[in-house]
Ligand binder design. Sequence first.
Ligand SMILES: Cc1cc2nc3c(=O)[nH]c(=O)nc-3n(C[C@H](O)[C@H](O)[C@H](O)COP(=O)(O)OP(=O)(O)OC[C@H]3O[C@@H](n4cnc5c(N)ncnc54)[C@H](O)[C@@H]3O)c2cc1C
Ligand SMILES: Cc1cc2nc3c(=O)[nH]c(=O)nc-3n(C[C@H](O)[C@H](O)[C@H](O)COP(=O)(O)O)c2cc1C
Ligand code: SF4
Length: 657
Amino acid sequence: MGQDSAKVFRKLLSPIQLGDVTLKNRIIFLAHWTNFGNNHGYQEDGLASERLAMHYIERAKGGAGLVCVTQSVSPGGQMGRTMVHAHDSRNEKVFRFMTEEIHKYGGKVFGQFNHQGHTSCMQRPPFRLLAPTQMPGPHCYVNTKEIELDEMEEIKEYYVKAAVQEKEWGFDGVELKIAHDGLLRTFVSPYLNRRTDQYGGSFENRMRYPIEIIQAIREKVGEGYPIGIRLCMDEFTDWGYSWDYGVRMAIALEEAGVTYINSDSGCFSNYNMEIPNNYIPMSFGVYMAAELKKALHIPVVAFGRINDPVQAEEILADGNADMIGMCRQLICDPETPNKIMEMRLDDIRHCMACSEGCGLVTTQEGVVCVQNPAAGREKRLGIGTLEPAEIKKKILVAGAGIAGMKTAEILAKRGHDVKVFEKNEEVGGQMLLAERIPYRAEMSEVYRYLRVQLQEMEVPVYTGCELTEEKIEELNPDIVIAATGSKPLMPDIESGDVTLLNPREAMEHVEKVGEKVVLIDEVGYWQAMGVADYIGSVGAEVTIVTKEYYPGKDIEETCQEILYKRLLKNGGKALVKSRLKAVTGSTVVLENVVTHEESRIENVDTLIIAGQSSSDNELYKQIKSKGDREAYVVGDAAAPGTVLRIIFEAEELARRL
Ligand SMILES: Cc1cc2nc3c(=O)[nH]c(=O)nc-3n(C[C@H](O)[C@H](O)[C@H](O)COP(=O)(O)OP(=O)(O)OC[C@H]3O[C@@H](n4cnc5c(N)ncnc54)[C@H](O)[C@@H]3O)c2cc1C
Ligand SMILES: Cc1cc2nc3c(=O)[nH]c(=O)nc-3n(C[C@H](O)[C@H](O)[C@H](O)COP(=O)(O)O)c2cc1C
Ligand code: SF4
């Protein structure tokens, strides 16, 4: 550890004791469901995979003090078919490998156990959902089975079996989830638990089942073995409990002998208080940890949009928590702890809370990250896998959007001689527009991080400088990378008295946008809903029109919901199942795509068409057709897309050359 970092991050980098276990620092890789449990069909799901092990090992390699591994605790209790089972003894080999590797890096590893209860399986489940009381979770329409006493006993035994066998396999502790989803929270929640037996009705009765499980585990694992709780402090709904009840539960859990409390919030009815997006402030959950600190004697973990070491140190130094939980930050940059220790603070790639990669778990996909192509592909692309180029080449990159910058970063790290040309005065490409959308300023992190990497390696980036065929002839590189982006396509329509704009023009020249706006959403993405939000927030009255059942169809679901609310709050409207038919004078004529009925919006000032873009790949075609040097195309210039795909393909291309 560098002398400076030990002083600056005095608390964050100091060890802490959890029962018999010492963590080397206060940074915890929070539990998260990865979908990396092998899926061999309904009969063989829940098996731990090498991919799962590598994902967690990577974070220990990156310096995290503790890694928490999400697992389901009994058959039928998983979130999705690829959630790994804690109780399945066939997982021994992979888990022994994982715990040994994590220990080699000085990290500790806890299994997080959950029976998903009324949230088992995201889609309509192939098995029964269990809950204390028969009622669908307020987030869905699937009804539950009221759990019977013998079923409760059986599940408790699974918890104990899992804890005991994982202790043998090298896990250093266990964390039980009474958090935003799962059976145990439904027991403690006054709204969801309506039982009239000894497990419902009073506070003590609602706490009884989790406490019985804790005690049964404690009996088998011994006094010093850490048993932590991931505790939902506030359900953040109009029907649910709030943080004062959370504190009351934590006091009861401390009395029951748990080792630490890891704070958490939200539930499936309020997903963005569980996995907070850009609209939720940084460190939003710290006040809940602070309340726990006042009430408890055991260590407390703070969580929620903590992605920066200074922010983390402040939370600890102010006495608001004892440990810092980071989930997405370590998905995005597993080396964050090591970079803090080495005081390489500018090198930290901050999570943008976009959930556009990691959030794909809700569609049964494995965890990935828009900024970190190695997330979920740790074995092939993770720490230490970048090989120096066998033959160092002279490479020119046209375009300093994210595609060009990412390609340049990896090429330069491999030792190539790289120069980047950007015809604009600034780097960033379209992300310079994306970051202007209200609450989306953090999107700039994609290019901020890349710019720092290029600066540190002294890669020349010539701004205000177009790369042309002539310049390429003059500089005579071995390879040209065309990362020249895309141009919005506009339909050939008569626009009457209405000002016709594409989304990029609207973002760049908001002064051209009039008061009454119709925006046609043909992309289902930020170029439509995000632009509507931007112009709505500066006073335009926007009607967004889509052929789909709702606008912004491809936007991550928590953001989609907030954008829709903001649209309505700003006086906007959404017209669904509709398309643009014509413009006459200042009237926009629309047509319902099902009934073909026409509707009209009169006195329109501006029509924005958020349609497809077309790749700007002229330069690439010129170089390729000449055939005298290698040329590659990447990013929007190859096919207009999103950051997730573009960063990944830039990394793959640059590793190949
Ligand atoms: C309003 C808006 C919001 C968006 N929001 C999101 C989002 O939330 N999430 C997401 O994933 N995606 C989003 N996108 C899409 C995303 O921004 C793009 O897919 C991505 O930025 C494309 O990157 P790129 O590097 O391929 O192209 P660009 O960003 O277009 O960069 C190409 C660069 O090349 C330069 N250039 C072109 N020709 C030359 C030349 N001959 N010489 C030198 N320079 C040249 C251009 O000036 C430009 O800077 C959004 C797009 C917009 C417009
Ligand atoms: C993909 C994903 C899956 C998650 N699954 C779990 C889980 O299984 N258990 C849990 O306690 N929290 C889970 N969480 C919540 C995180 O642990 C964390 O509380 C949340 O992401 C906010 O912290 P962050 O801003 O550091 O990401 C998940 C989060 C993500 C992004
Ligand atoms: S996909 Fe977005 S939210 Fe998820 S880890 Fe990456 S940057 Fe963070």
